[in-house]
Ligand binder design. Sequence first.
Ligand code: DC
Length: 223
Amino acid sequence: MRSIAIDGPSGAGKTTVAKALAERMGYHYVDTGAIYRTVGLYVSRRGSCDDVQLVEKCLPEIEIGLEHGEDGLQHMFLNGEDVTEAIRKNEVSAFASTVSAIPAVREYLLDMQRELARQHNVIMDGRDIGTVVLPNANVKIYLTASVEERAKRRWKELQEKGDNTPFETVKEQIIQRDHADMNREIAPLRQAEDAVVVDTSDLNLEESIEAAYQVVKEKMGQE
Ligand code: DC
């Protein structure tokens, strides 16, 4: 099986790029952030995600289902409930980031992610795919963009969903989440040594997809 790892901070365009490449190449797209979001959502319904003991207690109660619809969308199921939309709410981003720093959570989800890569050719996006989950991935891309640009994209996305969080707040949330994801002790977000950096600050979506595709083509051609 072949695998492509796409890591990077939130708002760099990982999901859009990974999804488009998966379609183009006939690979299975796996959004690992959605899995952390699902855990965060469950724990937030039970109490605070900051309560490590509660999070650990919750893990065996969580059954995560992942299905790819005809639309190519990755649907997430939490104990049978379709939470695909619920996990996209702005507050769930912070819950996901908080629970993702807990070692027991990462351990719990590691096998699940690796199993998906054993069964299919995958394009997996996340924070630690090239460094921890799939260190032998055929291609590793570190997709990034400036904070300002990522905040603009996220703000626009929220506006379109009817969420009127002010731009400065969105930007501050991105800075905080970057800091938490990059500085946690376990599996922090960082560029794998053998990853190729694609900076999308000055690229539109089509150009970002094309830039990533060129990296994939070049790397796969070298094998
Ligand atoms: O990609 P995303 O914004 O949906 O991810 C939500 C959070 O989940 C992110 O802030 C950090 C965490 N995450 C992680 O720690 N490791 C991954 N492979 C994917 C996401």
